[in-house]
Design a protein around this ligand. Structure first.
Ligand code: HPA
Ligand code: ZN
Length: 334
């Protein structure tokens, strides 16, 4: 059945560690001899109640300690790709947090090797093309980010770009100017989380100081009309994550989400799942939820799907982008 929410689309804001479902977390914990402070998946799921970004990140970092071997990372990524494919994802640009693993003694090579193994098979297995984006943790130092970039040099054939995530407030983008310059010199693409909880000035800084090509979230840009005009004029993509914004209380209710207002303002917005195991849905589920809550039309959904391919890092293969866009146009709704 051709559900509207299963339109062909690209997912551009997805933390692979945020796809760790409770069942897999317990299976990996058993396999690796890691003790989880929860009796079972039910009890773990009950802990998925967050007050803000920080309270989510505490659980997110705690639970990922079950990931230890390259096989674990491959299994995690393959499970995501299978689910994403079933909801219409044709192309995925996937974040990972190297420091969250290297800081607990897992070599970067183990992480990248496992993820790359799943990604390399993804087109054949799931019909999903992929890229990997390495995120620096902004609540650690700029030096630590620089060390992470240096450590990644042997693996750059697997890595398309750099991003910036973790706790935002108090950690402005400008602190990471040098590491972003170094990343660009290595030919890496640049994105950054900004305006999720942080002020509109962080969005400006990410553009002006880091030279990012897309803003992850960018929700709070709406507080600054001049910034909105600029984002519209320059067609800067914003990778929105509406279910995440509700769960982390950036907006009260999905019905209050500015997604539709942002579309109406002419912004190039995309809809993504962020950390789907924690926030109640993968990207097709998210399309479904925003369609209901914001009364989006089929044309709106088609536009969001088109935006996702327009914002994707497919410059090296414009033919592929054109093919994906044609798939969106040809998709019929039941
Ligand atoms: N924001 C910032 N950092 C993150 C997120 C997020 O939503 N998910 C995983 N790391
Ligand atoms: Zn995110």
């Amino acid at each position: 059945m051709n559900l509207p929410e299963h339109l062909p689309k690209a997912e551009l804001h997805l933390h692979i560690e945020g796809t760790l479902e409770p069942e897999l977390a317990f299976a990996l914990a058993a396999r690796n001899g890691v003790d989880l402070p929860y009796a079972d998946t039910e009890e773990l799921r009950r802990a998925y109640r967050f007050d803000d970004l920080r309270s989510f990140l505490d659980l997110y970092y705690a639970l990922m300690t079950v990931l230890r071997t390259a096989d674990d990372f491959a299994e995690l990524a393959d499970a995501y790709l299978a689910r994403a494919a079933a909801q219409g994802v044709r192309h995925a640009e996937i974040f990972f947090d190297p420091q969250a693993h290297t800081d607990r003694g897992i070599p970067l090579g183990t992480v990248v090797e496992g993820l790359a193994r799943a990604l390399e098979r993804s087109e054949e297995r799931h019909g999903v093309t992929t890229q990997l984006i390495m995120c620096f943790l902004r609540d650690r130092s700029a030096e630590a980010a620089r060390e992470t970039l240096d450590a990644a040099k042997p693996y750059l054939r697997h890595i398309a770009g750099v991003g910036l995530d973790s706790a935002e407030v108090g950690h402005p983008p400008a602190e990471f100017r040098e590491v972003y310059e170094a990343a660009a010199a290595l030919g890496l693409r640049k994105v950054a989380h900004a305006g999720e909880e942080g002020p509109p000035s962080y969005v400006r800084e990410a553009l002006d100081v880091l030279g990012v090509e897309r803003i992850d979230h960018g929700l709070r840009a709406m507080e600054d009309p001049e910034l909105v005009r600029r984002l519209v004029r320059d067609r800067v993509p914003l990778t929105l994550c509406p279910l995440s914004n509700v769960r982390l209380r950036a907006v009260d209710l999905l019905e209050d989400h500015p997604l539709k207002a942002m579309m109406d303002a002419g912004l190039l917005v995309t809809v993504n799942s962020d950390d789907p195991a924690y926030f109640g849905g993968y990207v097709g589920d998210t399309f479904h939820a925003v369609r209901e809550a914001l009364a989006l039309t089929e044309d709106d959904l088609r536009r969001l799907a088109r935006n996702s391919f327009e914002a994707a890092f497919l410059d090296h293969d414009e033919e592929l982008r054109a093919r994906y866009l044609a798939e969106v146009d040809a998709y019929t709704f039941d």
